[in-house]
Design a binder for this molecule. Structure first.
Ligand SMILES: [Ca+2]
Ligand SMILES: [Ca+2]
Length: 380
């Protein structure tokens, strides 16, 4: 609880200093985030201390809080629903909730942990009607997909994945990872890795399709690529789901695959790691023919690579491995701006790129305090 007292105070101070409507000591503060923001999760180089900052999308002015989300396990991601930010503490199996409409009452939900400090709680998605789903990467098939009551945070049940786990995946965990909700269907990737040695995929990845009305498995979509990794993006304009597969690290065997949510079939690769020149670590969809990939090349340099259909263009941003760190995340907002998290020693911060002509909208990266690890947009 002490953490929260400090945390709230720090946040209120930050809001006050940046001209927000909050008065310190106001018995019933109700700060409103009236302008769209980019919420940036940050941590230190060792992934121990985690904090966050936000950037006003109009002015690109950053607001950095010095308060922390964690001092022991900084592997934290963020998800947004109804202007509420949910911080996923991946190793601690904790969710911290910041509702910017009611910042005086942050909430923390804790769930049982697996034994080791390995990423477990890896995604959270939402349906209309107050139900959410949480996926657990290091848990058993019976406990990899939980149904969450968004009012209470309670896990009201699990959807048993035992029937869809490949017999070759014998380590007791199907590596449930990213999710997307389209209509009344939940799409969940299974990586199906063998973690007995260096983690490696035992077979092509799959997407489990679940009926969110009955919470039963409807079907399984077989992917062409292995090791679906990072986000599962549904784009309403193209009415397609995009999944990036990294396959084996250091081998150009993955790509971005397109899934038709109506036929529940793969339409094949949009662009491959071979086209892009590196392992895929993140991506963004601009249109049916244009996207951006974040790749790590064979020399461990990280690059933002624009592509049109399967034709990759020259990288527009690169951090060489010798510079000590890497580009961590790319995210597209509704203004067509690409935000890029840069953890390099020279340029730590967030770049903003105009996706119409690939020009940079910031001369230098926007300073967000610690190093950016995840970016989400809150666009009221
Ligand atoms: Ca496994
Ligand atoms: Ca690969």
């Amino acid at each position: 609880m002490r953490l929260f007292s400090i945390f709230i105070c720090g946040l209120l101070l930050t809001l006050y200093n940046c001209g927000g409507e909050v008065q310190i000591g106001d018995p019933n503060p109700a700060p409103q985030i009236v302008e769209p923001i980019a919420l940036v999760v940050t941590n230190d180089g060792g992934f121990k201390v985690a904090s966050f900052a936000w950037i006003d999308l109009g002015t690109r002015q950053p607001f950095v809080t010095e308060e922390v989300l964690s001092t022991s396990s900084g592997d934290i991601l963020a998800r947004v629903h109804n202007q509420t930010v949910y911080f996923l503490h991946r190793c601690d199996n904790v969710i911290t909730i910041i509702d910017f409409d009611n910042i005086a009452e942050p909430t923390q939900w804790s769930y049982p942990k697996t034994g080791s400090c390995a990423p477990d709680l890896v995604d959270l998605v939402f349906t209309s009607g107050g139900k959410a789903y949480a996926s657990y990467f290091a848990s058993s098939p019976q406990e990899s997909l939980a149904i969450i009551d968004l009012e209470t945070g309670d896990r009201t049940g699990f959807i048993d994945l035992s029937s869809v786990v490949d017999p070759k995946d014998t380590d007791g965990r199907p590596e449930a990872d990213q999710m997307s909700v389209v209509g009344n269907k939940l799409f969940l990737t299974l990586q199906e890795l063998d973690i007995s040695d260096l983690p490696k995929p035992v077979r092509p990845g799959k997407i489990v399709v679940i009926d969110t009305l009955s919470d039963t498995i409807e079907t399984v979509i077989e992917l062409q690529g292995m090791n679906p990794f990072n986000e599962l993006i549904y784009d309403s304009t193209t009415d397609r789901i995009y999944v990036s597969e990294v396959g084996v690290w250091g081998v150009l065997d993955g790509g971005i695959e397109i899934i038709n949510p109506d036929t529940l079939e793969s339409e094949g690769f949009w662009v491959t790691e071979e086209d892009l020149g590196g392992d895929l670590t993140d991506f963004a969809v601009v249109s049916s023919s244009k996207g951006y990939a974040l790749i790590q090349d064979m020399n461990l340099n990280t690059k933002v690579v624009p592509f049109s259909d399967s034709a990759a263009q020259a990288p527009i941003l690169e951090v060489r491995s010798g510079e000590g760190n890497y580009l961590s995340v790319i995210e597209l907002n509704s203004l067509g701006e690409l935000y890029v998290g840069d953890r390099s020693v020279r340029h730590a911060g967030v770049w903003v790129i105009n996706t119409v002509d690939d020009t940079f909208l910031t001369d230098e990266p926007i300073d967000v305090g610690l190093l950016p690890v995840d970016i989400v947009f809150v666009e009221p």
